[in-house]
Design a protein. Structure first.
Length: 189
């Protein structure tokens, strides 16, 4: 398991994964990471979704509308070249991949593993902002993602990054540094 998100008001739990050896399949790793959709009432996995072919991880996920998830990962299989960030959208009810959008930069300073795999980067996440956008980092740049069209808006470079939490229009950043606050970002819905 990599990441987890509730969908449809908690009726479904979506689990984001990383490729790993499968002990039920002679310790063979699957070809690609998947999202698993668990139905809470039925108490079973009802769907598997491959949002990115040959991806090592399905990355961070968050529900942005009923049964609609936004995900942030990296482009497909390792080629030895730096990989770009990738936003994707999925409908967890139908299993349809709604879009894939390659970002103009990597999500991490590590060319192989996205930095959310490293537990020293506890500040990472996809966070709902007061403007209706999803807030996260690309490397050390704080960005806002419009869930309607996946357009990315740069907020600014944050050194060091911190986990974002909103209280009204104030942004708080926690993490290894002292608690920091950015007052009145001026972002409203």
């Amino acid at each position: 398991m990599q990441w987890i998100a509730a969908a449809r008001q908690g009726e479904l739990i979506v689990i984001s994964t990383t490729k790993a050896a499968d002990e039920l399949n002679n310790n063979q790793a699957p070809e690609e990471a998947r999202l698993f959709v668990y139905d809470v009432s039925a108490q079973k996995v009802v769907r598997e979704i491959v949002p990115v072919a040959r991806a090592r991880t399905t990355g961070m996920i968050i529900e942005v509308a009923p049964a609609r998830l936004l995900g942030l990962t990296v482009t497909g299989a390792a080629s030895g070249k730096p990989e770009s960030g990738l936003l994707y959208g999925v409908d967890v009810t139908s299993g349809e991949v709604l879009f894939r959008k390659v970002l103009p930069c990597a999500v991490s300073t590590d060319n192989y593993w996205p930095h959310w795999v490293d537990p020293s980067y506890e500040y990472l996440g996809l966070v709902h902002g007061p403007d209706g956008f999803i807030w996260t980092y690309l490397k050390n740049v704080l960005v806002r993602v419009d869930p309607k069209d996946a357009n990315v808006h740069i907020v600014g470079k944050i050194e060091p990054p911190g986990y974002p939490t909103f209280a009204g229009n104030d942004l708080y950043l926690s993490g290894p540094e002292q608690l920091r606050r950015i007052r009145d970002l001026g972002v409203r819905k």
